[in-house]
Design a protein around this ligand. Structure first.
Ligand code: ADP
Ligand code: MG
Length: 210
C-alpha cells in the first residue's frame, strides 16, 4: 500500500458515506438516535480536509494518526471513539514511509480491529460493527496467507462485508445504544456494520484500480 492509496481510500470512503448518509441515518433511527450517517460524514469531511491540506504528512504512519485524530475529534457518538482508536492503533503498525507491503497493511488492519474490541468490549454476535470487522479481517488474513494478492483479497473482503452487514439483522443488540431496545433491536440491520462495509468497498475501489 502506498500513502497515496491510503489517502485516496479515505477520500473514497467519505464519498460513499455522503452518498449513503440518509440511509445510515434511517438505519440508526430504527435502533438508535438517527445520527450515524451524519456523524461519519462530518468526520470524513474533516479527514479529507486534513489529508488534503498543504503540509499534511505524507508517510503512512503519520497520515493514519492524522485520520485517527480527526475521527476522534469530529465524528462523535460511540462510532467516533471506536474509529479513532482503530486508526491510532493501526498507525503503530505502519512505517514512517511512503509504502508498505501487504503483510504490514494486514497487520495494521488487525491492530484496528483489536482496538475496536478493546475499546468497545463487543464480541461477535453483539450486533455491532465488530460483526463485520472481525470476520472481514479473518477472510483478509486467510486470503493473503493462501497467496492471494492484496488487491484480489480486498475485493473479496468488500463483497463479504456486504453480506456480513445484512446478517446483523436478526441479532439482538448487546452493546451500544441499540442494546437499550433489547429484543426489539432484532429485525433491523446495524448501521455501523453497513458503514464498515462501505469502508471495505472504498479499500477495494482504490486498491483494485491503482
Ligand atoms: P451513537 O450510538 O453514539 O449514536 P453512532 O450512531 O455514530 O453512535 O454509531 C452507532 C454504531 O456504533 C452502531 O451501529 C454499532 O455498529 C457501533 N457501536 C456502538 N457501540 C459499540 C461497541 N461497544 N462496540 C462496537 N461497535 C459499537
Ligand atoms: Mg447514533
Amino acid at each position: 500500500m502506498t500513502s497515496e492509496q491510503f489517502r485516496r481510500i479515505w477520500f473514497r470512503f467519505g464519498e460513499l458515506v455522503t452518498e449513503h448518509r440518509d440511509e445510515l441515518n434511517r438505519l440508526d433511527a430504527a435502533i438508535g438516535d438517527a445520527d450515524h450517517g451524519t456523524n461519519l460524514a462530518r468526520g470524513l469531511a474533516k479527514v479529507a480536509a486534513d489529508l488534503g491540506a498543504d503540509g499534511s504528512p505524507t508517510h503512512l504512519a503519520a497520515s493514519c494518526r492524522q485520520v485517527g485524530m480527526a475521527l476522534l475529534s469530529t465524528v462523535g457518538g460511540a462510532s467516533g471513539a471506536l474509529w479513532g482508536s482503530a486508526l491510532l492503533r493501526a498507525a503503530g503498525a505502519l512505517p514512517e514511509a511512503e509504502t508498505c507491503d501487504t503483510a504490514t497493511a494486514v497487520a495494521a488492519a488487525r491492530q484496528a480491529v483489536d482496538a475496536i474490541q478493546s475499546r468497545g468490549h463487543a464480541e461477535l454476535g453483539d450486533k455491532t460493527m465488530v460483526d463485520v470487522w472481525r470476520p472481514a479481517l479473518a477472510l483478509l488474513e486467510a486470503s493473503v496467507a493462501e497467496g492471494m494478492s492484496g488487491r484480489k483479497a480486498a475485493v473479496a473482503v468488500a463483497e463479504r462485508a456486504v453480506t456480513l452487514a445484512d446478517e446483523t439483522a436478526p441479532l439482538v443488540a448487546r452493546r451500544g445504544r441499540a442494546s437499550y431496545l433489547g429484543a426489539r433491536s432484532a429485525g433491523h440491520v446495524d448501521p455501523g456494520s453497513v458503514s464498515t462495509a462501505l469502508f471495505w468497498r472504498a479499500v477495494a475501489d482504490i486498491v483494485a484500480t491503482s
